[in-house]
Design a protein around this ligand. Sequence first.
Ligand code: SF4
Length: 458
Amino acid sequence: MPTVALVSLGCAKNLIDSEIMIGHLHKAGVTLTPHPELADAVIINTCSFIDTAKKESIDAVFEVIEQRMEDPTRKRQKLIVAGCLPQRFSKELPKLLPEVDAFVGLDEIVRIPEILSDVLELKDGNAAERDYVSRVSKYVPDYDTPRYRLTPRHMAYIKIAEGCNHPCSFCIIPQIRGGHRSRTLASVVREAQILIQEGVREINLISQDTTYFGMDRWETGRAKPNSPVDSSRGESIADLLRALNGLEGDFWVRLLYTHPAHWSDELIQTIAACDKVVKYVDIPLQHISDPMLSRMRRETDRAHIEGLLSRMRKGIPGLAIRTAFIVGFPGETDDDFNQLLSFVESSRFERMGVFQYSREEGTNAYRLDSQVHPMRRKSRWNRTMALQRKINEEISTAQIGKTIRVIVDSPGKARSWMDAPEVDGIVHVDPAMTVGSFVDVVIRDARGYDLIADGAIV
Ligand code: SF4
């Protein structure tokens, strides 16, 4: 049986694809190794969302190519490039990277054992004939899809849908991952049940837009952006949260990647009422100035966003909001940027990410006039980050003396309900606390984005 090493890049959605590939390889009897130098084949699961992600993916590919050239024991090693990069550049890559033995698209990840055998039988790699990429991605996993989790034993992601129906002008995702297709509520609940039985204590629901869950399957047509979501028309994210909340076990559920256009008052009430759903919401807003939101084709405007945030804060006591913004989008004037800064100042988001606009070929925004100079983008990014750092320090300091519930991720390191894995801060705790357990800790200090609880050694 061959031995394979897999390098997973990109976001949590890509991580699940890597887990699915490993699950299928494992089922086929393939041995997995964390040491690429010992593998018969290396699979790199790539990301190509923005420039920095593309660069990271290409760098990882070249690193393996170089290592293979330098190490005589790796001369016969095969290299497979999978995921978003070959899906996006299926025509160009085989010509640009002849050293790669196979390109595997998003729908072909479940065929990885068969592709691996093809590649291992290949004498002289010819990438042009080793192209496993469907033109349009349609695949969506199910609860019984073979999957080998790469996250800690107590934490898991569940991909509740794949693809995206939104028209955001800066984003290439719908072209890479296809239109939105939801799983059924029963399929997601079954997967959650299995994970809880395996010892998972934190379930993170993900997709490109989790608030759109179910709507693509409504027979009466999809909900219009910003209209009240009538979930009597079919399964919705509120139904899913209620169903998950009703499962037996000691666990919490976190809702990531929501979109402001499809929130409903029912969803707000559901989060407030479900004790297993953490009072944490991830809602990337991207901007607040109306001209920017319109150029970004965000299907929302400032009035809608402000009204929604106020209803969310009122309806879900103690809510922690994570958001993300893009600075330096084409046409962003000083006035637009200043509106964003004062919105950040007054909204006091508990968690926030800021990204510099990345001009992506194939998107609508690529052709927009008034591109903002990279130096100005950088300076706007610095100013927004500095402001949020100050707000974060104040929010963290306000936690001192409070007792908060955390989940222990590794010896001495935990996360509160306010912290999603990978993107938010951590809580330093007593290293003797059991990994994977929920513990109530008293916060004694704050440092940057992190908190320090009684008993922590820092
Ligand atoms: S909601 Fe917008 S930004 Fe998010 S994946 Fe869809 S198109 Fe891209």
